[in-house]
Design a binder for this molecule. Structure first.
Ligand code: GTP
Ligand code: MG
Length: 592
C-alpha cells in the first residue's frame, strides 16, 4: 500500500517515517547504531530523519529507499511511504504518481499547531481524491502530553477537514522523536486508547488495482521491431485501469483510430495474455496504425473517454509567478503534452483559510482555482469523478511543474461536431495492407499537407505550383490541389457563404486526409487562413503532418506559421526555403 505523508515544514514527517523504519525492524543491520555513532563523532544531536538521508546514500545496494520513497512491512502488508518535503514534490507525487497513494498521513506539530500547509495539504489530498487520511498530532512531548491540548487541535482540524468534505480515519497523538504511539503504544498518554500510527496504517483499506473499471492506458511510446521484414510495433504504457487481453478491440483517443490487439508483450516477464491496471506493458496490433505518445487507449464498447480542447478544472497553483490569461503554458495529462491557455477563472479559494473570491483575474501562488483551460489540441481524459487516474493533470511553465489538479468537466469547443465525425471516420477506416511506413520508405517522404497562405491580394499559386514542379522533378509524390477543384466538386452541394466555411474546411481536410493516406505531399493554397481554420484542419488531418507557410512579411491573421516568406523573395528562393523546411522537419528523406 502506498501512503503519502504531508504536513507543514518541520512538523516531523521525516522523523515519523524514520521511527517507523526503526521500530518495525526495517533498517539494515547496524544502520541505526552507525548513524548514531556518526552523530556523536560530529557532535550533532541524532535525528531519526538522518536515517532517511543515510539510506538514500545506500541506494545502490540497499533498495530500502529511492528518491523519497521508503519501503517497509508490517505483519499485515508491505508499505511504500512517499515523503514529500515541499508542495511541488507533494503535488508531483500525487498527480504524476511515480506512485499512486491510496491513503495519507498528515503530520501536525502539537506545539506549533495547525499551520497554513497543514490545511493546504489536507485540501490537496481531498481534491486529488485521497479519501483515507490519518492525522498525526506530533511532538506531544513538547506540550507535556496534554490531553486537552491534543483535543483542541483535533477539534480545530476536524472542523476544517469537514468543511472540505474530508472525514479523517483517525487522529493519533504521538511523539516521533521519542517513539510515542508510532509503533509502540505510549505510556505517557494513558488517556489515549486509539490506534498507534502503525495500527492506523494497517487499518486503511487497500483499494487494489482498478480492474473492474473501463480499460485505460496512456500511450507512452510506440516501439518498432527492428528485425528484417518485421513491421510490427509495440504500443507501450502503464495500464491505468481495467484489463486488456489479446484479441480485444481497442480505440485510441483523441484520434478515434481502432485496432485489434494481436499480442500482449511483457518486458522481461513470461508471455502474458492479459495486461491489467498497475502494470507496465505493451501490445501489438493486427494492423499497423499510426498512433503516437499522448493518445489514450480504451477498449471498444466500454465507456469512452472525453475528448476536447476545453476543460473545466480544479487547480492548485504553486508557481511564484501567478497563472494569467493570454500566456502559453504546457498542460500534461497522462502522456499527452499540449500548449494551453487560461480561458476563464470561475472562482479562487485560499486553501489556507478557505476564503473565496470570484473577482480575481489571476491565480496566485497557493491559490486553488476553478477555471477553464483552452488547449491548442485535443486531449483524451476522464473527468475526475469518472476515473481519477486519467483525470489528473499538471501545468508546466518554464520547464517546471507549477500547478496541477483534476478535470471536472469536458466542455464543448468549436471543433466538437467535426471531431465526432472524424472519430467515427477513423473508427470505420479500412486500413491499407501496405503499412504507412512502407509507403514512406518507398517514396522517401513523410506524407504531409503544406498549406500556403497569404494576405488577400498576394500571389500564392505561382509559388505553390513551382514547388509542386520542383518536388516532382526530385522524384517525390506530390500534388497541388486547387481550391476550385474542391469547391466545385466535393463541395458542389454547399453554397459559398461565410457560415459554410467550417464545412468547406472539413471537406478539404477529408480530401487531404485521403491523399496523405496514399502517401502524398499535398500542396494547398488558401487566402488568409486563421488559427481557427487551422484548428479545424488539424481536427481532420494529423497536426504533426501539417506545415503552414505564409507568403509575405506581414502576417495578417492570428495563424501560427511554420515559415514566413519575405515580400521581395524570388520564387526560386521561396521554393528553396520551403524545401529546406521540409528537410528540417523530416518530411523529405535523404538523399535530397
Ligand atoms: N520534541 C520533539 N521534536 C521532534 C519530534 N519529531 C520531530 N521533532 C523535531 O522536529 C524537527 C523537524 O523534524 P523533521 O522530521 O525533519 O520534520 P519534517 O516535517 O520532515 O521537515 P521538512 O522535511 O523539512 O518539512 C527535527 O529537529 C526533529 O528532531 C517530536 O516528537 N518531539
Ligand atoms: Mg523531512
Amino acid at each position: 500500500m502506498q501512503i503519502v505523508i504531508g504536513g507543514h515544514v518541520d512538523h516531523g514527517k521525516s522523523t515519523v517515517v524514520g521511527r517507523l523504519l526503526a521500530d518495525t525492524g526495517s533498517l539494515p543491520e547496524g544502520k541505526l547504531e552507525q548513524v548514531k555513532a556518526l552523530c556523536q563523532r560530529t557532535s550533532r544531536p541524532f535525528e531519526y530523519a538522518f536515517l532517511l538521508d543515510a539510506l538514500k546514500d545506500e541506494q545502490a545496494q540497499g533498495i530500502t529507499i529511492d528518491a523519497a520513497r521508503v519501503f517497509f512491512k508490517t505483519a499485515r502488508r508491505h508499505y511504500i511511504i512517499i515523503d514529500a518535503p515541499g508542495h511541488i514534490e507533494f503535488l508531483k507525487n500525487m498527480v504524476t504518481g511515480a506512485s499512486r497513494a491510496e491513503a495519507a498521513l498528515l503530520v501536525i506539530d502539537a506545539k506549533e499547531g495547525i499551520q497554513e500547509n497543514s490545511r493546504r495539504h489536507g485540501y490537496m489530498m481531498s481534491m486529488l481524491g485521497i479519501r483515507q487520511i490519518a492525522v498525526v498530532v506530533n511532538k506531544m512531548d513538547l506540550v507535556g502530553y496534554s490531553r486537552s491540548h491534543y483535543e483542541g487541535i483535533v477539534a480545530e482540524y476536524r472542523e476544517f477537514l469537514e468543511r472540505i468534505g474530508v472525514h479523517p480515519a483517525c487522529f493519533v497523538p504521538a511523539a516521533g522523536r521519542e517513539g510515542d504511539n508510532i509503533a509502540i503504544r505510549s505510556a505517557a498518554m494513558p488517556w489515549y486508547q486509539g490506534p498507534t500510527v502503525l495500527e492506523a496504517l494497517d487499518q486503511f483499506q487497500a483499494e487494489g488495482p482498478a480492474l473492474d473499471r473501463p480499460f485505460r492506458m496512456p500511450v507512452q511510446d510506440v516501439y518498432k521491431f527492428t528485425a528484417q521484414g518485421d513491421d510490427r510495433r509495440i504500443v507501450a504504457g502503464t495500464v491505468e485501469a481495467g484489463v486488456l487481453r489479446a484479441g480485444d478491440d481497442v480505440v485510441f483517443y483523441p484520434s478515434g483510430k481502432k485496432g485489434r490487439v494481436r499480442s500482449i508483450e511483457a518486458f522481461n516477464r513470461p508471455l502474458q495474455t492479459a495486461a491489467q491496471a498497475g502494470q507496465a506493458t505493451g501490445f501489438t496490433l493486427t494492423e499497423q496504425l499510426y498512433v503516437a505518445r499522448g493518445e489514450l487507449v480504451a477498449r471498444a464498447g466500454e465507456l469512452k473517454p472525453e475528448v476536447t480542447t476545453r476543460l473545466r478544472v480544479s487547480l492548485f497553483w504553486l508557481g511564484k509567478q501567478p497563472l494569467i490569461r493570454k500566456r502559453d503554458y504546457i498542460f500534461k495529462l497522462g502522456t499527452a503534452r499540449v500548449i494551453c491557455r487560461l480561458e476563464e477563472i470561475h472562482r479562487v479559494v485560499d486553501a489556507s483559510n478557505l476564503q473565496v473570491s470570484d473577482t480575481k483575474d489571476r491565480i496566485d501562488r497557493h491559490d486553488v482555482a476553478e477555471c477553464t483551460f483552452k488547449l491548442n489540441r485535443a486531449v483524451a481524459f476522464d473527468t475526475a469523478d469518472q476515473l481519477a487516474g486519467t483525470g489528473r493533470f499538471v501545468v508546466v511553465d518554464d520547464y517546471e511543474i507549477r500547478g496541477g489538479g483534476i478535470v471536472r468537466e469536458a466542455l464543448t469547443d468549436r471543433q466538437s461536431d467535426i471531431r465526432e465525425k472524424v472519430m467515427l471516420r477513423n473508427f470505420k477506416w479500412e486500413p491499407s495492407i501496405i503499412p504507412p511506413d512502407r509507403r514512406a520508405e518507398k517514396y522517401s517522404q513523410r506524407a504531409s499537407l503544406l498549406l500556403i497562405t497569404s494576405a488577400r491580394d498576394a500571389d500564392r499559386k505561382t509559388l505553390a505550383k513551382a514547388l509542386e514542379v520542383r518536388l516532382f522533378e526530385d522524384g517525390r509524390v506530390v500534388y497541388f490541389l486547387g481550391m476550385a477543384n474542391v469547391l466545385y466538386g466535393v463541395d458542389a452541394d454547399i453554397e459559398r457563404k461565410a457560415e459554410n466555411r467550417t464545412e468547406h474546411l472539413r471537406r478539404l481536410g477529408e480530401v487531404a486526409n485521403i491523399l496523405l493516406d496514399a502517401g502524398a505531399i499535398l500542396i494547398v493554397t488558401a487566402q488568409e487562413l486563421t488559427q481557427e481554420d487551422l484548428e479545424v484542419l488539424k481536427t481532420s488531418v494529423d497536426p504533426e503532418r501539417i506545415e503552414l507557410i505564409w507568403v509575405g512579411e506581414r502576417v495578417t491573421t492570428d495563424v501560427a506559421c511554420d515559415l514566413v516568406l519575405g515580400d521581395e523573395e524570388a520564387e526560386s528562393d521561396g521554393v528553396d526555403r520551403i524545401k529546406r523546411l521540409l528537410q528540417d522537419k523530416g518530411v523529405l528523406f535523404r538523399p535530397w
